[in-house]
Design a protein around this ligand. Structure first.
Ligand code: GLN
Length: 258
């Protein structure tokens, strides 16, 4: 009798632990749409150091092409938009943990990122560019970057691309503009960064130039938590509506200017 009882107790403990473990796992899962409609707010995560897609305007608010798109998403959801500004390389963790609901940060779709998030339809085609000092006539393209000191924004596709080059020393910055400052000060030889912010930074610094060559071709898209299909459908609908209505082209003219 005693033996039987303790066996029963053991089984009961095992079963209970499974139930408890399942309950804890369940707690980690965020029901995004439920939370959005309950709190009447959707939270965009970004890194407001990436003009013209996201930057702080004169009022100190996060502005830019992505912020404008995010406003349309909030409007479609019928809720308020809240923006969390953080380091670019912490965005996908913040998304997975439920701190934010989607990422709009000029984020390029990559194989690795697709393992940790779902992405919307692409909304912009971009490329990586090289910035050097205007008087630099030795670095004419990617082939000349071997053995050089290159500045990048940490965790970006520019970081990935620069790190592939032979014998390079890659300096990783939290903000692209800090890499540009080190280039001006002669601490590094080149900066590898997305074309659009490169244009903005170089237009404000007449001692710098952008090289012709495109190092990559990438697509910007909005990231949501894996499996957040309902939110993703809304986001894709907004992107489609913006394109169909001509509003997308207006935003490109307003923010990117081409
Ligand atoms: N497009 C680049 C990437 O996805 C850089 C984005 C950014 O710095 N905001 O890595």
């Amino acid at each position: 009798m005693r033996m039987k009882k303790s066996l029963f107790t053991k089984i009961a403990i095992i079963v209970l632990s499974f139930i408890l473990a399942a309950a804890f796992v369940g707690c980690g899962k965020v029901d995004t749409m439920k939370r959005v409609s309950k709190n009447k707010v959707v939270i965009m995560g970004t890194n407001a150091e990436f003009p013209p897609f996201e930057y702080r305007n004169d009022k100190g608010e996060v502005d830019g092409f992505d912020a404008a798109m995010a406003k349309e998403i909030a409007k479609e959801l019928g809720v308020e938009l809240k923006i969390e500004d953080m380091a670019f390389d912490s965005l996908l963790n913040a998304l997975a943990s439920g701190k934010i609901d989607f990422v709009a940060a000029g984020m390029s779709v990559t194989e690795e990122r697709l393992e940790n998030a779902d992405f919307s339809e692409a909304y912009y085609t971009a490329s990586q560019k090289i910035i050097v000092k205007k008087d630099n006539d030795t670095i004419k393209g990617k082939a000349d970057l071997e053995g050089k000191k290159i500045g990048v924004q940490e965790g970006t596709t520019g970081d990935l691309e620069a790190s592939k080059i032979n014998n390079v020393q890659v300096s990783r910055f939290k903000k692209g503009i800090d890499a540009v400052m080190d280039l001006k000060n002669g601490k590094i030889d080149a900066v590898v960064i997305d074309a659009s912010p490169a244009e903005v930074f170089v237009s404000k610094n007449d001692d710098l130039k952008i090289l012709e060559e495109d190092l990559t071709e990438e697509e910007y898209a909005i990231a949501v938590r894996k499996g957040d299909k309902e939110l993703l459908d809304v986001i894709n609908k907004v992107i489609k509506n913006l394109k169909d209505s001509g509003k997308y082209d207006e935003l490109v003219t307003q923010y990117i200017g081409q």
